[in-house]
Design a protein around this ligand. Structure first.
Ligand code: SAH
Length: 394
């Protein structure tokens, strides 16, 4: 077993059970991509067993802080079984859910989503890449799923020095799977969809939106960054008269149209707009359009804290426009899925947007990722999705 020695003082984060060590923290030692190494403090004492990633700025990802623990196939079997069992207790009203959420499940770099009897997995770090065969076996065992599709095409693969790879790992056939979320039906394309196909982290926020639309009696709804129309279906289910889905992806909008029909809603209650949201909101304001409820669920504007300032401006702009375009008493669901933007900063940005818009309102609820996307107490980077429900003053 190779040892990696950390620089003096750089043992602190592992001692706090944070699973990462950056390149600059390493004093000496080398290993192959994904190889298990013993990480030691500058005085030689054991800190963790970790996967070594020679090409990544995140040089080490800890598997275990327990010197007695063996990093072998049974560890992956145990962790995966535990992750699957943990989801079963959450009472998730869907057959589509995240069964492995990386660091939070003790499997740094691994994301696995379940869509019915198909799994979609993303191997985002050298460690899990090296253990892929063992992981796939353990996933089949623990979940009872029949097929596994790989979506290792996220940009983080490049940062890890790993080539992108997509395709079936187990099984074959159509990559379109129908799922049922809160009784609503959606078709997910494992091969072409964003991420692993569907934004599962917004599941309970979609249901919450349906309840709020019902409670507020919202009639006209604007679903910005709609992707395949999840929040739009929720709004229609909540009794909205009309929903407009805005997205810059034509294939996503086509699916949104199909989802409205699949859920039994008249097509006349839904319109799509293939456009940049910022521009669409400006045009709508100029035309004097107003909505009773607006969802803003943009892509990651700030992938890391270093992008936070520029991202803050982009978030502020769309929130200002949306708050202006809302009818008095209207409802805004606004999100940021940027890991680089804290809950506090997001709150400030939205407050600044309201100030600029000359709009008063109240935050009636804070939202986060669905519980199958847990955060560990020791890994603050795991908190990424945050949302606010704002009611515009009358
Ligand atoms: N709310 C969705 C997920 C949104 S993901 C759901 O619940 O399923 C973000 C979406 O924003 C993607 O579909 C992407 O195509 C779209 N997008 C990215 N940049 C955009 C822009 N400038 N204008 C409009 N849509 C954009």
């Amino acid at each position: 077993m190779k040892s990696i020695r950390l620089r003096a003082g750089r043992e602190r984060s592992l001692l706090r059970r944070h699973p990462w060590v950056f390149e600059g923290g390493v004093e000496r030692g080398k290993a192959d991509a994904g190889e298990t190494v013993r990480v030691e403090a500058s005085d030689g004492r054991f800190l963790a067993w970790a996967a070594y990633s020679p090409a990544s700025a995140i040089r080490l990802r800890a598997w275990s802080f327990d010197e007695a623990e063996r990093i072998d196939a049974s560890l992956f079997e145990r962790r995966i079984a535990k992750a699957v069992a943990a989801r079963a207790r959450l009472g998730i009203d869907s057959d589509a859910l995240r069964i492995v959420h990386g660091e939070a499940d003790g499997l740094p770099g691994l994301i696995v989503d379940r869509y019915g009897d198909v799994l979609c997995a993303q191997f985002g770090a050298a460690g899990v890449e090296r253990w892929k065969a063992v992981i796939v076996e353990a996933l089949l065992d623990a979940s009872g799923a029949l097929r596994v599709y790989e979506r290792s095409d996220a940009s983080v693969r490049g940062l890890e020095g790993l080539a992108p790879r997509t395709g079936w790992l187990v099984g074959e056939g159509a990559t379109e799977v129908e799922i049922r979320e809160h009784g609503w039906r959606f078709v997910v394309d494992l091969a072409e969809g964003h991420k692993t196909g569907f934004y599962l982290d917004q599941r309970h926020n979609r249901r919450r939106f349906a309840e709020l639309v019902r409670g507020f009696g919202s009639r006209r709804v604007l679903n910005c960054y709609s992707y395949t129309g999840g929040f739009g279906v929720a709004a229609l289910a909540g009794g909205a008269e009309h929903v407009t889905s805005v997205d810059s992806s034509a294939p996503a909008l086509q699916r949104a149209v199909a989802h409205v029909a699949l859920n039994g809603f008249e097509s006349a209650r839904h319109a799509t707009l293939d456009a940049d949201v910022n521009q669409a909101l400006r045009d709508a304001l100029e035309a004097g359009e107003r909505w009773d409820a607006i969802v803003l669920d943009p892509p990651k504007f700030a992938p890391s804290a270093s992008h936070a300032e520029r991202a803050a401006r982009a978030y502020k702009d769309i929130n200002r426009l949306a708050l202006t375009a809302l009818a008095p008493g209207g409802l805004l669901l606004t999100f940021s899925c940027s890991g680089g933007m804290s809950v506090d900063l997001f709150h400030k940005v939205v407050a600044g947007a309201a100030m600029d818009a000359g709009v008063d309102g109240a935050i009636v609820e804070r939202l986060g990722a669905a519980p199958d996307h847990p955060m560990t107490l020791f890994f603050p980077e795991g908190e990424y999705l945050k949302g606010l429900v704002i009611v515009k003053a009358t």
